[in-house]
Write a protein that binds this ligand. Structure first.
Ligand code: FNR
Length: 387
């Protein structure tokens, strides 16, 4: 039985018959504004900020406006089934929670609250290597819920293998390897505040609970946090790799592997040639290369080149149901949502994440129906017109 996500609308309008106003907006394009009211400037700008002038983040949003949906009528779209399966993971709608590190800076329950909200709706969570909660604790919070693991690739192979082994044992089924952040970009909003949460020992739960990483230290992280932090940062930043490095991941990961950060069609082809199972067309929400192409801009050519060989996921700029529909029509199998759910977490923890996710799913469900589609497989570029 397909989920009727659109019914969230009825709950809001009808609860107690007089309706119940949500605690914060149902419009994810407005959550940055309201999150600024509930967060201190440092964490707020860490989440909202982007690389350089912010041009890439703006381009990500502008790219969605260049595509318009052309609705179809009399298509019998009353009953809709938005469910899909991506890389062996069934999901009630093609939406995953993007890996976002160091969530403790916006809410004390951090990644565990996010994982509970996602699992409650059946959506997969992608856990970041820069998590403030351990791999095992987030797995417990997920319960039976689907979970994928995102890797920032340590340059110590034994530490890397140890982390991957833990993720597999804890039930994370897909590995997402982020390629675009081998070193941190120039981010003026954080630089102007001299704020990097990791240097305060935050977002370190994965290495600090790792026995092999701990064996590399003279003193335990609890006894000498700054040295442990610096050791970890030097392991995960500053090393760019090339395509010959990928077999290492295959050796240490049994399930599907996705390369995240692909923006060029040749890189997408190489990922497929290298035997990868998927790619995430993503520019990290505009947080890495300033002045870069919008992620949605490159999606159609990448999907056309490799969509029949590997699974193409998409992120960067998704805010509304229409955005999800457009990305799927342009060739994505599923999308990852980033900042909006983090703003939900900042507003009210698990319940806040749930509200953001339910709002997106309801908006997507209603937009699908009103545009004349019953299943995500029906979406093709013919659903859109470029203006
Ligand atoms: C991220 N992102 C990210 N990606 C990743 O692979 N590992 C990580 O640890 C993080 N951490 C992170 C922190 C914060 C605060 C943000 C906003 C983003 C990038 C994320 O997975 C995703 O690519 C973008 O957030 C998508 O863009 P939108 O939806 O935020 O526009």
């Amino acid at each position: 039985m397909a989920e009727r996500f659109g019914s969230y609308q009825n709950e809001i309008y009808l609860q107690g018959y007089g309706g119940t106003k949500p605690a914060f907006s149902t419009d994810a394009t407005r959550l940055e504004e309201s999150a600024a009211q509930v967060l201190e400037p440092e964490p707020f700008f860490y989440v909202a900020g982007a690389a350089g002038s912010g041009a890439t983040a703006r381009a990500n949003r502008a790219a969605f406006d260049r595509w318009k949906i052309v609705p179809r009528m009399l298509t019998d779209a009353t009953e809709r089934d938005l469910s899909t399966t991506v890389l062996g993971t069934p999901m009630p709608a093609p939406v995953l929670l993007a890996p976002v590190g160091v969530q403790s800076i916006v809410h004390p329950e951090a990644e565990a609250a996010t994982a509970r909200a996602a699992a409650g709706l059946g959506l997969p969570t992608v856990l970041s290597t820069a998590s403030s909660t351990s791999i095992e604790d987030v797995a417990r919070a997920c319960g039976d819920g689907a979970r994928w693991f995102q890797l920032y690739w340590p340059n110590d192979p034994e530490v890397c293998a140890s982390i991957l082994g833990r993720a597999q044992r804890a039930g994370y089924s897909v590995l997402v390897v982020t390629l675009d952040t081998w070193t941190l970009a120039w981010r003026p909003a954080d630089l102007d505040r001299a704020y990097l949460p990791f240097l305060h020992g935050l977002g370190m739960a994965v290495p600090f609970t790792d026995p092999v990483f701990r064996s590399r230290l003279d003193k335990a992280p609890e006894d000498d946090t700054p040295s442990a932090v610096l050791r970890w940062i030097s392991m995960v930043t500053g090393t760019d790799r090339d395509w010959t490095a990928l077999p290492f991941l295959r050796e240490h990961w049994d399930g599907p592997i996705v390369l995240k950060g692909i923006q060029h069609v040749d890189d997408a082809r190489r990922a497929a040639d290298a035997g990868m199972d998927g790619i995430a067309v993503s520019n990290h929400g505009g947080r890495q290369v300033d002045g870069a192409v919008a992620s949605l801009e490159v999606l159609p050519e990448i999907a056309a080149a490799v969509g029949d060989r590997i699974e193409v996921l998409f992120d960067s700029g998704i805010r509304t149901g229409a955005d999800v529909l457009k990305a799927l029509a342009l060739g994505a199998r599923a999308v990852l949502l980033g900042r909006p759910y983090v703003y939900g977490l900042a507003h009210s923890g698990e319940e806040g994440v749930r509200h953001v996710l339910r709002s997106l799913l309801a908006d997507f469900d209603l937009t699908m129906g009103l545009s004349g589609y019953r299943k995500v497989a029906e979406l093709t570029p013919a659903a859109l017109r470029r203006s």
